[in-house]
Write a protein that binds this ligand. Sequence first.
Ligand code: HEM
Length: 296
Amino acid sequence: MLPFQAGILQALPQHASFLSFSVKPIADKDSVIKALQALSTLVDGERVVLGLGASLLQLLGQQIAGLHDFSGIPGSLVPLPVTPAALWCWCRESERGELVHQGRRIRQALAGVFQVQQAVDAFKYASGRDLSGYEDGTENPEAEAALTAAFVQGQGAGLDGGSYVAIQHWLHDFESLEAMSGAQQDDLIGRHKSDNEEFDEAPVSAHVKRTAQESFTPEAFVLRRSMPWSEQSKAGFHFVAFATSFYAFEAQLRRMCGAEDGIVDGLFSFTKPVSGAYFWCPAMREGRPDLAVIGL
Ligand code: HEM
């Protein structure tokens, strides 16, 4: 059994918060280590999934092969904001109230050393739809294929069961979407909102044409765990994709942003990314994240 963080593979929770943190400028290495040790007692991999950023490992004088910060896509025809962070927690609950307590405990453990960079209030919409109404996750790999797509295997203890997660916070413009007919909206995605059926005559700009995982060489599979979010009058989609490296995400994003063939994904006509960051999600050992591989 691969020792991965179980929440990555599980179905989406009803409620979630995505918290990312930066290191306070005054914090030294010892205090960072202490805070991480305190945090790791709260991380069960299921109700709290943990990710570490490249800058944090650098501060600790450590390295994980393949982990680097997101740095955009050269030649992109649309803005792809780059917002690296040191630490990332995905809190997953069936009760919204529990999120408050989880968040409080995490902030306490990190107090004085890390500061909140982004706090996203996310939720499951219907059976797993984006707020545009489209069902998300249909083409996610399942069972054995999901394990293969999401978790490192065959690299040795401490690395096996780990995962690399790409995050993009997308802000929707519902007025633009609603100004389009149903058929125009379906063309943006390449699936019918009504029955989630994929259709052959979708334009090349359709999102599912841009990202078709088998169409890349090598194939580019990811395990997506994105969730809708809202904050007062703003709302959108918090894109979250786990994989064994950042290759698949970058290959898909390169096609989406027009860098490959000058065609921009239809999604950009009603939504845009406002953040972008990469993290490494450690494996588990004895119910806690296995941080031995980074010297903790
Ligand atoms: C606002 C942002 C986004 C929305 C609303 C969205 C929505 C969707 C929807 C509705 C589908 C079709 C159903 C499914 O197979 O899941 C889909 C498929 C997919 N999306 Fe996205 N998506 C977004 C961003 C992204 C980004 C940034 C990437 C990667 C860079 C991505 C990668 C994929 C992949 C790989 C598929 C499956 C394609 C296939 O193999 O058929 N999506 N997305």
